[in-house]
Design a binder for this molecule. Structure first.
Ligand SMILES: *[C@@H]1O[C@H](CO)[C@@H](O)[C@H](O)[C@H]1NC(C)=O
Ligand SMILES: *[C@@H]1O[C@H](CO)[C@@H](O)[C@H](O)[C@H]1NC(C)=O
Ligand SMILES: *[C@@H]1O[C@H](CO)[C@@H](O)[C@H](O)[C@H]1NC(C)=O
Ligand SMILES: *[C@@H]1O[C@H](CO)[C@@H](O)[C@H](O)[C@H]1NC(C)=O
Ligand SMILES: *[C@@H]1O[C@H](CO)[C@@H](O)[C@H](O)[C@H]1NC(C)=O
Length: 306
């Protein structure tokens, strides 16, 4: 009786599965919680394996790869690093602790973490048996201190609609934003949030709150980085000063008035001197004219005396 090809397939599959189970007895441990790394800093991705006695390095294979894409992050076998097929983005940024490898520590040092490193990593270890485990790497960057601006910022009148914009930049991941009024009540209406990533993947967050202006009101903005448990705070208080006659315009007006006054005084002084001068000149001219007249009469008389 010819063998049913389906049976052949099934028994083959069974064999393979059994073989895998028989081999996969090595326990490999990685952190269960996501590992949080700061953007730009170094991080150790822990991976340890149990083995009865210290392992001879030539007998050990360690292989780190990205869980989803299966791209190689770092390899070690035959007693040395194997980086021929390492993904370009990890070049020169990975290292195993060679002195610790034989003792069951296959942890990976990843340097100068970038946002794009975020994801799941799998650590494979084989001596005679093999095992693997995956961990999650999360990247975090603190946001700048937020800044709140007012639009429009002058000539405000009660009842005007104004936009308050809260901006914080250079952070990761997306932050939480909370707007509160002066009495600590959460404002949830008329808020528009947006995040824009720069070329490094770090975010600039803008949150716009539209309010109808009331005198003496305070609005505050909190920007919370969920991974770092860190928050920034900024607030703006709209007092009578902003409303009606804004301080900037006031100072400009005062400044102009003072300038004008100084100019007028200077003009008065200069004019006064000019007038005095021209008076004196007129007098001098008159005297000179008189002298000239006298001189002329003298000269006229001269021929008579000689
Ligand atoms: C890595 O392992 C070391 C030693 O066991 C431990 O002190 C450290 O907290 C671990 N790091 C993480 C992120 O789990
Ligand atoms: C492995 O060794 C490195 C370097 O000594 C250390 O930082 C890390 O915590 C160790 N990891 C474990 C799981 O022991
Ligand atoms: C405002 O919202 C934050 C976060 O959602 C919350 O922690 C806080 O208790 C709220 N405050 C009030 C007064 O509702
Ligand atoms: C939201 O905006 C609309 C129009 O822009 C305004 O009528 C409304 O009062 C605002 N809501 C709050 C709570 O400020
Ligand atoms: C605003 O506050 C100032 C000082 O706190 C107070 O003199 C003024 O009366 C307040 N104006 C209103 C409309 O509440």
């Amino acid at each position: 009786m010819p063998l049913n090809p389906r049976w052949t397939m099934l028994s083959l599959l069974l064999h393979v599965t059994l073989a895998v189970q028989a081999m996969a007895v090595m326990e490999v441990l990685v952190p269960e919680q996501p590992v949080v790394a700061l953007h730009g800093a170094d991080v150790v991705l822990n991976c340890s394996f149990s083995h009865a006695s210290p392992v001879n390095l030539p007998d050990l294979t360690v292989f780190w790869q990205l869980t989803d894409t299966k791209r190689s992050v770092h390899g070690f076998s035959g007693g040395r690093d194997q980086l021929a097929d390492q993904a370009q983005s990890f070049a020169t940024r990975t290292r195993l602790f060679h002195s610790q490898l034989g003792l069951g520590n296959a942890s990976l040092l990843l340097s100068r973490v970038v946002v794009a490193d975020e994801g799941s990593y799998t650590c494979f270890v084989r001596v005679q048996d093999y095992g693997s485990a995956s961990l999650l790497l999360q990247v975090a960057a603190p946001y700048s201190k937020p800044v709140v601006t007012l639009e429009p910022e002058s000539n405000l009148r009660p009842g005007d609609e104004v936009s308050l914009t809260c901006v914080a930049y250079g952070g990761y991941p997306e932050p939480g934003v909370i707007w509160q009024d002066g009495s600590g009540r959460n404002l949830t209406d008329n808020i528009t949030n947006s995040v824009v990533a720069n070329e490094e993947g770090l975010f600039t967050m803008s949150s716009v709150l539209k309010v109808v202006l009331e005198p003496n009101s305070t609005y505050s903005c909190r920007v919370i980085n969920p991974l770092l448990d860190e928050e920034g705070y900024a607030s703006v208080t709209i007092t009578g000063q902003n409303i009606g006659f804004p301080p900037v315009a006031l100072w400009v007006t005062v400044g102009l008035a003072v300038c004008l006054l100084v100019l007028l005084i200077a003009l008065a002084v200069v004019c006064g001197r000019k007038i005095k001068e021209s008076c004196e000149e007129a007098r001098r001219e008159a005297e000179e004219a008189k002298e000239l007249e006298e001189g002329e009469s003298k000269t006229a008389m001269t021929p008579l005396t000689s």
